[in-house]
Design a protein. Sequence first.
Length: 150
Amino acid sequence: MENNSFRLGDNIKEISSFKKHKKLTRPLLGSNITAGFPSPAQDYIEKTIDLNEQLISHPVATFFVRVEGDSMIGAGIFPDDVLIVDRAMNAVSNNVIVAVLNSELTVKRLKITDEYWSLVPENPAYPEIVITEDTDFTVWGVVTYCIHKL
């Protein structure tokens, strides 16, 4: 059921729209960085990349959502992380999505089987939510990236 009136749920803190004002280019080093044994550094810039082009596929349909709560920590999504959400993408099973559930926004992993749809938290402290015909449920958007401060 599509519902354009909703409240921020227990794990969505705020929503912001994407507005591209100019390119956001940053240097891209010409070699990969190893996470194991360090190799000799090659200090040169190969090219630049535009973060808008890398992270935003559908600018008009892209929003930023700040996370509140810990139901998705197993997926690497923590409180105060910023999610990039694309509302133009079609959700498929195993996507992390922002959903409208009983008029509240929530972020969960979508599970689709032949028998049912459900919203699965990535924290064992929270139960799976099975979607029934009586559930007020809409996929609001698909999470494409998580911005996490270390």
